[in-house]
Design a binder for this molecule. Sequence first.
Ligand code: DGL
Length: 259
Amino acid sequence: MSNRPIGIFDSGIGGTSIFKEIHSLLPNESCIYLADSKNAPYGNKTKKEILQLCIKNTEYLLKQDCKIIVVACNTATTNAISYLRKTYDVPFIGIEPAIKPAALNTKTNAVGILATKGTLSSQLFHKTTDLYAGGIKVIEQVGEGIVPLIESGQLNSKRMVTLLNYYLEPMVKADIDHLVLGCTHYPYLIPILTKMLPKKVTIIDSGLAVARQTQAILQSNDLLNTTDSQPSISFYSNGDIEVLRTIIDNKFNSSFLDF
Ligand code: DGL
């Protein structure tokens, strides 16, 4: 049993989509969320740069006595999680594009994946795709420009709609019936994507799977908080805290921190 907090980090505000799933599954758990918005996007950085940022975020969270770290970022997971697991003595949960369920369920034999350059070029992504999507047409698309728009509060802008139309067109032409969201910022686009895509396209977001995995690992390590103490939830951003506040419940603490 442990009432120490769960540490969560992302390159910015996207990982709050993962926090929301974790909080709804594990409402008793305290959480500290780091939005490294100052360094967003991670997706165009080198593996070495991504690794250094992940080390910085992890060490900050470990100083706050976190019992587990959720890497709420596909780009960070695919490039850095094996190093983090080897280096630090706490469990790490990561998130990877959910190619497997898309490949298993496609009827048109074509699936789309929207993710960052850092994720799509990672070894881990290629390994997963080779393993589960052999014989299936996988239309990969780098979501260039999407994260900066979300980070600057332009989620519902015209520019976003134009970009998404451009990225989705080849996928729709290829007759995809599943779209995998390979970046934790993208679940915030689901209302726009649903309007744009043909009805038969299922959008796959792995937030709930990550929350369930967090629960399972806490349980198997005897780290769940089984007391009924009030959880403490804090969000920190080293970027524009007001943008973060537009997407989280205002009952949570949120502040600027130059970590
Ligand atoms: N939320 C991050 C991810 O899941 C965004 C990556 C970025 O900062 O480019 O990949």
